[in-house]
Structure formats: C-alpha cells, structure tokens
Design a protein around this ligand. Structure first.
Ligand code: MN
Length: 260
C-alpha cells in the first residue's frame, strides 16, 4: 500500500475500492428553474449558444457561450444568498474558504414518506430517530434529504399548483437544531431549492435559507443519486464557481464512497 494519504486515496480510486458518485443533474435549457411570484425578479433558464463547431466560425474548435441564474440546476447556495447571511466575512462564492467545499455527508432517507406526500417535512424527530440508528450527526457534516424527488419529470418536479409549489423540505423547527445543536455545514435537497414548496407560508418564511445562511452555512439543491450514498461515511465535494460576490452557482457535486 502507498505510504502517504493522497497516494492511498488515488490507489483506492484506481482500484475502485472508493467510488465517485455524481450527485449532479444534467444542465440544459430544460433544467427546471425556481419560479417566484410575478412581483419579484426572476431567474433565467440555462441557455447554450454555439460559438463555433469545426466550421467557418472556428474550423478546428467547438465551444459555446452559456448563461443562467446562479441558482440553476444542481447548485450551491452561499450564505450571502440570504439577507440573514449577508454580513459574514467569507460568505460569497469567491470568498468561502475552499476547505469548506469538502465535507462528510449524512443522508436521511425519507423517500417512502415523500413519495406519498409532496408536502412532507423533515422534522427534528425524524433526524433524532435517524441518529439513534446511525449515530450523531458530526459537526461540519452535510445533511442531505433523500426524497427520490430527483426522479420526477419537469412539471412534477416543480409541482406548481394554484396555491404554490408542493415539494418536500425541512420543517422550520429542524433548521435551528441542525445549525446550532449539530453545527452542520449545510442542508441539501433533491428538489429545486433547499426549502419546501410551501415554505413561503412558514414562520420564518423559507426557514432553511433564513436559518442556514443566517448561521453562515450552505445549501445544495437539485441533488440526485443520493440512493447511491450510505447513510453516513460519504465525502461530498461541492465547489461553486469563483464568481466574485456570487450568491452561489451551478456546480458539479461529487461524493466519494468507500465500498463496504
Ligand atoms: Mn439556491
């Protein structure tokens, strides 16, 4: 076995005893984007515009311009995204210390319940029950809510009804518990955002954004393939683009998983 830690890691990756799981959704013009009430500013969908493709515009090269909102597809929410997190130093996409982009993950599987109830909310009681089985959530961990939501097709994924969106998310009481009593690094969801579809009605509204960013913590949205992760033991690599003063960005979210 190789002597130093990084060589051991690379050897394990080469042999397949550590797997790389892609937690990222494909990014294209059809990628669902969160929709806010008409009085608010809106995020544009992802757009790809070809510059050249081995043609008269560029005979030997293919490339594109792309544009999108920072919060499009599988993406990272930085603390500066929310008013409650606006004053922390190192709170934007470019200023977050890069070692915070690697962290362990706790994956809480509520896919059965969320499959029955699109308004399912993950509560403190659910998390405490999970901890009885898998152990306490360690400080600095991601808490990733596995709902199976990433398997839904476009209209069902956003699930917008007359009274707003209906998608699962965290209960308001859960967020202070995770942020303060467990000191997690952030909360991740398979849905379009970290908060539930009806979270605009909660107190406070959008409690995950309010409380996580208000504690200088992060969010990950539109995750997929969470069923390939163990409840505990995976390492997540989630690094936003280094947009100066960026509130987040689409990112390739990867997990390292040790084969058991
Ligand atoms: Mn976001």
């Amino acid at each position: 076995m190789a002597e130093n830690l990084l060589a051991q890691l690379l050897e394990a990756l080469a042999k397949g005893s550590i797997r790389v799981v892609d937690l990222t959704q494909p990014l294209n013009a059809a990628t669902p984007v969160i929709q806010l009430p008409a009085e608010f500013g809106q995020s544009r969908p992802f757009r790809l515009e070809e510059i050249s493709r081995y043609d008269e515009r560029g005979p030997a090269w293919y490339w594109n311009n792309f544009s999108c909102g920072e919060h499009t597809g599988t993406h990272f929410d930085a603390p500066v995204h929310w008013v409650t997190g606006k004053d922390y130093p190192g709170n934007a996409a470019d200023s977050i210390p890069p070692k915070r982009f690697l962290a362990p993950a706790c994956v809480i599987d509520v896919s059965a319940k969320a499959g029955e109830d699109p308004d399912f909310l993950l509560t403190r009681a659910h998390v405490e029950t999970w901890e009885l089985q898998y152990g306490r959530i360690e400080a600095g961990s991601w808490v990733l809510m596995r709902t199976g939501w990433s398997r839904k097709s476009a209209p069902d994924f956003l699930n917008i009804q007359n009274d707003g969106a209906h998608v699962p998310g965290p209960h308001p009481e859960l967020i202070p518990f995770l942020a303060k009593e467990r000191d997690v690094i952030g909360f991740g969801s398979e849905a379009v955002g970290t908060d539930a579809g009806q979270a605009f009605r909660f107190d406070p509204p959008f409690p995950c954004h309010h409380g996580m960013h208000g504690s200088n913590k992060f969010g990950l949205a539109s995750l997929t393939n969470l069923e390939e992760l163990p409840p505990k033991g995976a390492m997540v690599i989630a690094a936003p683009l280094k947009i100066v003063n960026g509130s987040g960005s689409p990112c390739r979210v990867l997990a390292l998983v040790e084969n058991g």
